[in-house]
Design a protein around this ligand. Structure first.
Ligand code: ATP
Ligand code: MG
Length: 162
């Protein structure tokens, strides 16, 4: 693992550019929240490449399993004393409680046929959880069937930044 200082807002913008066509094809918008953060810098200390991989998977999931037409995917960044809280939120179908713990298992997919048509292998969340835990954090899921899903974790900030 290579920890370094980097701007999380710039990383999110880079990933929105990478995923914007995929989002547009499903009629989904990608946003940073709060909007004023989009023009600021938010430094964190983490392995940029690996966090990039985590965010690609969470945003890709939010697009693929989020609502088709009028889908909104929001990456909410909340700096605080205990680092930055990073939350990826969608307004999709949600995940029933009995599936919520299991989706972090390798190859586990809720709706086999729908997930298969969406592509992928069911490894993204298992890898993401492993990477986040390697940063001494955890991925929390909040999901309500019929409303949507939020996946969140924390990243440390440089000490001298207030
Ligand atoms: P891969 O990430 O390997 O491309 P995948 O996206 O199917 O494949 P995971 O990212 O591990 O695999 O997700 C596991 C399963 O959890 C998905 O197949 C889907 O059923 C469910 N899931 C993940 N994110 C969401 C979400 N935001 N809303 C609803 N279901 C989700
Ligand atoms: Mg995935």
């Amino acid at each position: 693992m290579r920890r370094q200082r980097f701007d999380l807002v710039a990383l999110v913008h880079e990933l929105f550019e990478l995923l914007e066509q995929q989002a547009a094809r499903r009629g989904t918008t990608l946003e940073v929240f709060p909007p004023h953060l989009a023009t600021q810098e938010l430094l964190v200390i983490a392995d940029r490449n690996r966090i990039r991989q985590v965010l690609i998977n969470l945003i890709d999931n939010a697009i693929k399993y989020g609502r088709e037409q009028n889908g909104h995917v929001v990456v909410a960044l909340t700096p605080g004393r205990n680092g930055v809280r990073v939350a990826v939120r969608d307004n999709g179908a949600g995940i029933a409680p009995e599936h919520q713990a299991r989706i972090f298992e390798r190859f586990y997919r809720v709706d086999k046929s729908r997930s298969r048509s969406a592509g992928g292998s069911g490894l993204g969340l298992a890898i993401s959880k492993h990477i986040v835990e390697g940063h001494k954090s955890t991925i929390h899921i909040k999901s309500v069937v019929g409303e949507g899903t939020t996946m969140e974790f924390r990243l440390p900030r440089p000490k001298e930044v207030k």
